[in-house]
Design a protein around this ligand. Structure first.
Ligand code: NDP
Ligand code: HSE
Length: 434
C-alpha cells in the first residue's frame, strides 16, 4: 500500500554532503517513493550563510534557525550533515524530543557522545542511523550491526580516511609533496573543514571508536583509541618501505585480545606488504577487513569520502529509517552489553621497522643488538649502509623486529637514544598485514 501523505525531512547542513543529499532526493524522488512506500518531502534546509547560492534548492526552504525548523513538530526524519560537536549534538537531541528519527554522517560527534545520543533515540522511540559516518559510501556499519550480528568479530583492519590515503598514495606514486597532495584532496571535497582532523588521525580515530563499539559490542570512546597522524611520514620512509616490498598506509586496527577479555583500538601509519590487498587501495578509496569467527575474512571496499558517495550512504539510511517509521518500528540501537575494557597501546603486539643513525665503528651493531635483547625484542633483519648524504663516520642502521609488545619496543627505543653511538632515531614504523 502506497501512502500519499509525504514523510517530512529536515536537512541540517547543505555543504559538500548536504547539497548532494538534496540533489539526489530531488532527482530520485519517484524511486525513493516506491522504495519507501510513501513520498519524502524536504521541508527545510538549515545553513549558516543564507545568502549563498544553492543550485537546485528552493530558496524558501533555507533557514538559519535550525532549532525552529525542528520544533515545528511535524518532522519525521532529520538529516544532520553540519558536522562537529555543537550545535549538531543539541540539534539531534531536539530532533528526538520533537519526535523525529535522525540520520547523521557526523563521526566526530558519534565517537564523542554516541552513547548519550543512542540513549536519547531509545528514550523517544526513534532511530539513529549513521552509515555515512564511517568509510563514506561503503556499506559497513549496517553489515556489522545487522548482517554480522550472529557472528563474533575478532579483528578489524582498514583504511578509513580518504584524505590521508590520497596524500600517501600521491607521495608514494608520484613523489608529490605533502602540502601539494593535501591541497588537491581539499579541493576535491575529501578533507574535513580543518584538515588537522584528517592528517593527525583524529577523523580515523573517531571512525575506529565507532567501529570498535559495533564490532565488540562494547563502548569505545575516542580517548580509548591510540592515535598517531601521518604528517611525519617522509620520502625516506617510502624508500625504506619499497626496499622491504612494502608501502605505507594510515591504518585503523581494532583487535579482541586472544583471551577475549579486552580489546585494543589504534590508528597509525604502518608499512604493509605490496601483496596485501590494502596496499592497492589508491586515492581517496577506503577498504576495511573484518575477521569474524564463522564468516572468516570479509573485505569492504569503495569510495570513502566526497559529496556524492557520502550522500549515497545517507540516502540509504533515509530509506531505512522511513520504512521503520511507516512500520511503526525502530532499527537496532546501541549494543554495548560486553563492557570489555580497552587495553593501552603498550599491550599491542606487532612488528617494527626502526631506522637509526649510528656511528660507523666496530662494536656498534653488537651494542644495538644487545639493547634489543635486553628489552626482550627479537630482531628479524638488520641492514647497515653508509649515510647517503655522505656524513663521515656515520651509518644508517635499519632494524626490523619480530612481533613484540609496544611497551617493550618503546623501552628499547628509549635505551637506544641514550647510547653514545646512536646519533638519532630517524623513524619508527609498525609493520602490519604479514
Ligand atoms: P561542509 O563544511 O561542506 O558543510 C557543512 C554545512 O553545515 C554547511 O552547509 C554549513 O552552512 C552548515 N552549517 C555549519 N554550521 C551550521 C549551523 N550552526 N547551523 C546550520 N548549518 C550550519 O561539511 P561536509 O558536507 O563535508 O560534512 C558534513 C558532515 O559529513 C560532517 O560531519 C563530516 O564529517 C561528514 N562527512 C563528510 C564527508 C566528506 O567527504 N565531505 C564524508 C563522510 C562524512 P553553509 O553552507 O552556510 O556554510
Ligand atoms: N575527511 C574524511 C576523509 C571524509 O577524508 O575520509 C570522510 O569521512
Amino acid at each position: 500500500m502506497m501512502r500519499t501523505r509525504p514523510l517530512k525531512v529536515a536537512l541540517l547542513g547543505c555543504g559538500v554532503v548536504g547539497s548532494e543529499v538534496a540533489r539526489i532526493m530531488t532527482t530520485h524522488a519517484d524511486d525513493l517513493t516506491q522504495r519507501i512506500g510513501a513520498p519524502v518531502e524536504l521541508v527545510g534546509v538549515a545553513v549558516r550563510r543564507p545568502s549563498k547560492v544553492r543550485e537546485g534548492i528552493d530558496p524558501a526552504l533555507i533557514t538559519t534557525d535550525a532549532t525552529a525548523l525542528l520544533k515545528r513538530g511535524d518532522i519525521d526524519v532529520v538529516i544532520e550533515v553540519i558536522g562537529g560537536i555543537e550545535p549538531a549534538r543539541s540539534l539531534i537531541t531536539t530532533a528526538f524530543e520533537n519526535g523525529a528519527s535522525v540520520v547523521s554522517a557526523n563521526k566526530a560527534l558519534l565517537a564523542e557522545d554516541g552513547a548519550a545520543l543512542h540513549a536519547a533515540a531509545e528514550q523517544h522511540g526513534r532511530d539513529l542511523y549513521y552509515e555515512a559516518a564511517v568509510a563514506g559510501a561503503i556499506p559497513l556499519v549496517r553489515p556489522m550491526r545487522e548482517s554480522l550480528a550472529g557472528d563474533k568479530i575478532n579483528r578489524v583492519m582498514g583504511i578509513v580516511n580518504g584524505t590521508t590515503n590520497f596524500i600517501l598514495d600521491k607521495m608514494d606514486s608520484t613523489g608529490a609533496g605533502y602540502q601539494e597532495a593535501l591541497d588537491e584532496a581539499t579541493a576535491l571535497g575529501y578533507a574535513e573543514a580543518d584538515p588537522t582532523a584528517d592528517v593527525e588521525g583524529y577523523d580515523a580515530a573517531a571512525k575506529a571508536a565507532i567501529l570498535a563499539g559495533i564490532a565488540f559490542h562494547t563502548r569505545v570512546r575516542l580517548d580509548d583509541v591510540y592515535r598517531e597522524g601521518m604528517t611525519e611520514v617522509s620520502a625516506s620512509d617510502f624508500a625504506s618501505a619499497k626496499r622491504m616490498g612494502c608501502t605505507i598506509k594510515l591504518l585503523a586496527i581494532l583487535e579482541r585480545a586472544a583471551d577475549g577479555a579486552s580489546v585494543t583500538a589504534r590508528v597509525h601509519p604502518a608499512m604493509i606488504p605490496l601483496t596485501h590487498p590494502l596496499a592497492s587501495v589508491r586515492e581517496a578509496y577506503n577498504a576495511v577487513f573484518v575477521e569474524a569467527e564463522a564468516a572468516g575474512r570479509l573485505m569492504f571496499y569503495g569510495p570513502g569520502a566526497g559529496g556524492s558517495p557520502t550522500a549515497s550512504a545517507v540516502l540509504g539510511d533515509l530509506v531505512a529509517v522511513c520504512r521503520n517509521k511507516l512500520a511503526e518500528a525502530t532499527g537496532p540501537g546501541e549494543s554495548a552489553y560486553t563492557q570489555l575494557p580497552v587495553s593501552t597501546m603498550g599491550d599491542v603486539v606487532t612488528r617494527y621497522h626502526i631506522s637509526l643513525d649510528v656511528a660507523d665503528k666496530p662494536g656498534v651493531l653488537a651494542q644495538v643488538a644487545t639493547t634489543f635483547a635486553e628489552h626482550g625484542v627479537s630482531i628479524d633483519t638488520v641492514r647497515q649502509q653508509g649515510r647517503p648524504d655522505g656524513v663521515g663516520n656515520e651509518a644508517s642502521l635499519v632494524v626490523v623486529t619480530h612481533r613484540a609488545p609496544d611497551a617493550a619496543l618503546s623501552g628499547t627505543v628509549e635505551a637506544l637514544r641514550k647510547l653514545d653511538t646512536v646519533r638519532g632515531v630517524a623513524s619508527i614504523m609498525r609493520v602490519e598485514g604479514e
